[in-house]
Ligand binder design. Structure first.
Ligand SMILES: [Zn+2]
Length: 478
């Protein structure tokens, strides 16, 4: 029997605000434990949360970018559960009336094919703290720095049908968040984390199968592998006539399997109720309009434009729009050099090659777009060969110098003469097809004639030895 996987994703995105969602504590990552805390985020009695306006603005930007319906009034709720990293005994989240719902985003699936994935809801909530377990002793510590850091929870519809689609959705969502500059998208630091709901059903069946929830996947590769594993595991159970149990499973990266997270299956009765300390959030059309104006061009639109405006292949457009900074670098280059495809080739080859080698981002690229454009100009004029261009670019990258400076210093000017000599010779051969033919028939004395032409054209500036060697090569058709 053939089976169809059904996948829905829940993403938690940490927002790039300076302060936490309900207090003034710093929300930055990596400080000493418990240094970013105050009575509000430590859950002391008698304190009141105050909503950070920027959290709402960030959430609204994402809601607009993903075509969501935005509630004119939404409510914060308390999600009650007990866990040592949750000092209040509840997490402030949104439940029945979230900020945004019923949106979508388009994921690219191969050249020129896209698929629309529904977004069920987007809501705001606070993060919990972090437990640190001592490996050598039966002892655990708790760090409350993360408690109260603002998160968006983005819940998709179960619209994905393969691990590849799930990863494409996550990449697109992450790109949008990073383009909007509201989340740094760092999966290792946990600022972009995802849980997956996975089920399978016989192909053609309308009803959904029993799903499991996968957690603990901290890279795109792990998401892909965990979902693939889980699909195969569930199909295996069904093939043997068994039943899939609804449960939460964790991905074990070392063993490359998912395993049941026992003991927490029944913990889903959270007892939500509206938070009496926080008034409903009201969104006015004027505010939304202002934010709409501030939205940047989003990845999907930029990809399309790069294909149409610059004639790039979809693959190159996708690569060059993978970050706003990279897209800006490309466009700055194209302003100074007329051939966008050539620029795209150099960026995807030499530029990204060296940056990846050194673990640098495009913002850290020592070669400014204008310098790359100038170098491409020299290459196009034939002043330098392609081989020299590569060395030249690497030298510019290492030293931050301009192409002209490097050519002078390295003495590659003579080589650049070779480049122009080549074009002179080619021109002469084009102008004298009969003599070329005669030479190739064996009239070798004609070499002197060609040498004379070269000297005339270069006003005697050509290096005779070099010119003769190049001429012989060209005439022999090498
Ligand atoms: Zn605080």
């Amino acid at each position: 029997m053939k089976y169809q996987p059904v996948i829905g994703l829940e993403v938690h995105a940490q927002l790039r605000t300076k302060s936490k969602i309900f207090c003034g504590c710093s929300a930055s990552f990596g400080a000493d434990p418990n240094t970013h805390t105050c009575p509000v985020c430590l859950g002391m009695p008698g304190v009141l949360p105050v909503l950070n306006k920027q959290v709402v603005e960030f959430a609204l930007k994402l809601a607009l970018a993903t075509h969501c319906r935005i509630a004119s009034q939404s409510v914060f709720a308390r999600k009650n559960y007990f866990y040592p990293d949750l000092p209040k005994g509840y997490q402030i989240s949104q439940y029945e009336s979230p900020l945004a719902s019923a949106g979508y985003l388009e994921i690219p699936l191969g050249e020129e094919i896209t698929k629309r994935i529904g977004i069920t809801r987007i809501h705001m909530e606070e993060d919990a703290g972090k437990l640190v377990h001592d490996e050598t002793r039966p002892l655990s510590y708790v760090d409350f720095n993360r408690t109260g850091v603002p998160l968006l929870e983005i819940v998709s519809e179960p619209d994905m049908r393969s691990p590849e689609e799930a990863v494409a959705y996550l990449k697109e969502l992450r790109e949008i968040l990073v383009y909007l500059e509201i989340c740094d998208g760092n999966m290792e630091e946990g600022s972009f984390r995802c849980d997956a709901n996975v089920s399978v059903r016989p192909l053609g069946q309308g009803e959904l199968g029993t799903r499991t929830e996968l957690k603990n996947m901290n890279s795109f590769r792990n998401v892909q592998r965990a979902i693939s594993y889980e699909i195969q595991r569930q199909i295996g159970i069904l093939e043997e006539g068994g039943k899939v149990i609804q449960e939460t499973r964790l991905w074990d990266e070392h063993r490359q399997i998912t395993f049941s997270m026992r003991g927490k299956e029944e913990a889903h009765d959270y007892r939500y109720f509206p938070d009496p300390d926080l008034v409903p959030v009201e969104i006015h059309e004027q505010w939304l309009e202002k934010l709409r104006q501030e939205l940047p061009e989003l990845p999907a639109a930029k990809r399309k434009r790069f294909v149409l405006q610059y004639g790039l292949r979809p693959y190159d457009a996708e690569l060059l729009t993978s970050s706003r900074a990279l897209a800006d670098y490309f466009e700055a280059c194209v302003k100074e050099f007329h051939d966008p495809r050539q620029v795209a080739n150099w960026i995807s080859g030499e530029v990204l090659g060296l940056l990846n080698r050194d673990g640098r981002s495009i913002q850290e690229c020592p070669v400014q777009p204008q310098q790359l454009a100038r170098m491409l100009g020299l290459l196009e004029q034939g002043s330098i060969s392609r081989r020299i261009a590569q060395s030249l670019f690497e030298e510019m990258y290492m030293t931050g110098k301009t192409p002209e400076e490097v050519l002078m210093e390295k003495g590659w000017a003579t080589v650049s003469d070779q480049g122009s000599l080549y074009s002179v010779i080619e021109e002469i051969l084009r102008e004298h097809p009969k003599e070329v033919e005669a030479f190739r028939q064996g009239k070798s004395k004609l070499l002197a004639f060609f040498m004379g032409q070269v000297m005339r054209k270069t006003q005697g500036q050509a290096d005779p030895k070099l010119a003769q060697r190049l001429l012989e090569q060209k005439l022999k058709g090498e």
